[in-house]
Write a protein of this length. Structure first.
Lengths: 276, 276
């Protein structure tokens, strides 16, 4: 099911600036029993991105359309995924923003991915890709649609990997290919700064808040591969899976999931990640 | 007029990876009396980009479709613009390339921009924007559709500017917002290296070749704003306008267009830029 500007439709003009230049932002939202999880938080990030990209957005219209799409999604599965995309709409050829804004709001409902339960319970295998994230403070943090670095990163995964780290050009760990990354170091949760590159995950914020609420300290710090290898625990997060502990990175194995699982349980209790 | 995979159509699936992640490349081609100029050179760059982005491309099909679109473009103007876009086509949600390639080849015919003749004859006003180009050697040179830096750059132009320089994060001049940039320094044409960022223009290659063919030396060198200000001549190039000399940058005025106009005349004589 696809909804474009409130109407059932599945195609977009070839002159849409989302297609011409990637001038759009998107959110991937877990939907549980027809309710989009963390909708306000996703819309907050979407609005920030629209401001950076000069896209006009009616938040209330989009909110209603997302609720409508989730409520009228005729697939009898409790867990679904909503992909919400907002583009700068139709304009002339050329980089100049159109004088009259014609935003396209697109909502598409997808299957929830079929993932093994052990990813949550026993942890995942983490790799690291070659391609480096470029530094662009103007675009850092927001979830825009210029995602070629992630597409190329995904093509560099080796068989068996469940997620792979991406580094910046100074070899600092920034994020996973489609997740944020955290380590636990002497009881403190550490995660990289995202002011120069990377996507500031909605679930990342939830994890930092949740940790603080249960008395676990958090820090935004530069992170190297050596830090990841030396960590007591490593975990990744995104809005679809919530939190995955890491059981193996390169030759390093992790068997301690104490804080990872504590946070995951809190997130489940708070109803912000789906429970199986 | 729009042609998608050889058929008249003007809309694309909202699940096309061109829209989802900007996984596409494009060319903007000047069309003179229904003939696309420098078509082989444009297709060479497009093919390079497709290889980098794992997009499968039938060059011969695309070649025929572009010729067909130009020949059957029912607008009675000698000068037109063809925008050719090739996307990775429809795949599932997620960064992973689809197992079955489903390339979308899109050709759109546009009006040639209505530009003052003095831009060629008396030169343009050049500015410089704040946003910096990020460094990404994997994507440098090719004309992919992740163009948010250019969209933001265009929004930073001041009134009166005809083009604006973009710098990298080390304050080196790389290119214009939609052109390549050259200076003439003691009779030698100099232009920046594009191996870390920037788009390697089809017209840039033509200019370097043309200069060499008439005995004007060329160099690929790092370029600072100071070099631009101190230059004997400055000019910009792209496939649509060919070559524009610069008459003013910041407080600096240039009145010498000798080599710029010599190259422009050669390009016109060679039939690779439109003549008015």
């Amino acid at each position: 099911m696809h909804l474009i500007n409130g109407k059932s439709a599945s195609t977009l003009s070839v002159t849409d600036r989302g297609l011409l230049y990637g001038q759009s932002v998107f959110e991937t939202i877990a939907v549980f029993k027809q309710k989009p999880l963390l909708l306000d938080q996703h819309l907050d990030r979407l609005e920030r991105g629209c401001r950076v990209l000069s896209i006009e957005l009616s938040r209330s219209k989009l909110y209603d359309e997302i609720e409508f799409a989730c409520a009228n999604d005729n697939v009898p599965e409790p867990l679904r995924v909503a992909r919400v995309t907002v583009t700068a709409g139709i304009g002339g050829r050329g980089y100049m923003n159109p004088v009259m804004a014609t935003t396209s709001r697109i909502i598409s409902m997808f299957d929830y991915p079929d993932l093994p339960v052990r990813n949550w319970n026993k942890g995942i295998i983490l790799g690291v890709v070659d391609i480096r994230l470029s530094c662009q403070p103007v675009l850092a943090g927001i979830k825009h649609s210029n995602r070629l670095e992630q597409v190329i990163a995904r093509s560099q995964w080796l068989p068996g990997w469940n997620e792979a780290l991406m580094l910046n050009q100074d070899n600092q760990v920034i994020e996973g290919t489609h997740s944020n990354v955290f380590i636990v170091n002497h009881g403190v949760i550490q995660t990289p700064d995202l002011s120069q590159c990377g996507i500031a995950g909605v679930m990342r914020d939830q994890i930092l808040e949740t940790a603080n609420s249960i008395g676990v300290s958090t820090e935004i710090v530069p992170l190297s591969l050596t830090d990841v290898i030396a960590a007591d625990e490593v975990f990744t997060s995104n809005s679809i899976v919530g939190l995955w502990p890491v059981r193996k990175f390169q030759t390093q194995r992790y068997s301690n999931f104490k804080i990872s699982h504590k946070i995951l349980n809190e997130l489940r209790n708070n109803g912000v990640v789906p429970t199986f």
